[in-house]
Design a protein around this ligand. Structure first.
Ligand code: FAD
Length: 112
């Protein structure tokens, strides 16, 4: 999402939720971070990829865990017969996503 002399935000940076497919929030978050980082970087004259690395790191620290979690969740739904042979896709979705506490530990358990 960055390189020598450029940074990308929102959809252009691939910040689209891997499960829900939404991206308004991540476009706004990455835009805000980009503004903050560029305010620092533009005080100097180094616009190299190395100087802009902080942007990618900051975006990932804000969004990385959500992306990893939802990506894992999507992968689980892609092959339901291997995970829950006797559940339909919607039953599994309902069970994992909406039935409250323990969802994360359940997913972690399933991922093992
Ligand atoms: C049908 C649909 C429904 C969606 N529903 C949701 C939802 O419910 N919730 C959600 O969070 N997300 C949703 N999304 C995704 C969301 O719209 C995007 O993730 C978000 O708008 C990305 O924002 P952005 O600023 O990165 O890009 P964009 O909103 O695409 O903005 C990019 C802008 O750059 C302009 N542009 C392109 N090329 C040039 C150029 N050469 N010169 C000048 N300007 C240019 C474009 O015209 C556009 O205005 C939906 C997307 C679609 C297609």
């Amino acid at each position: 999402m960055h390189g020598n002399g450029f940074i990308l935000v929102g959809d252009a940076a691939g910040l689209i939720d891997p499960f829900w497919g939404d991206g308004i929030d991540t476009a706004m978050i990455s835009g805000k971070i980009a503004g903050e980082i560029l305010a620092e970087v533009c005080r100097g004259s180094d616009y190299s990829a190395a100087a802009l690395q902080k942007y990618a790191d900051t975006v990932w620290s804000h969004l990385g865990s959500k992306f990893k979690f939802n990506n894992m969740f999507r992968q689980r739904l892609e092959s339901p017969p291997l995970v829950f042979p006797f559940m339909t896709r919607m039953e599994m979705f309902n069970k994992l996503y909406f039935q409250g506490a323990g969802t994360l530990s359940k997913l972690t358990e399933l991922a093992m």
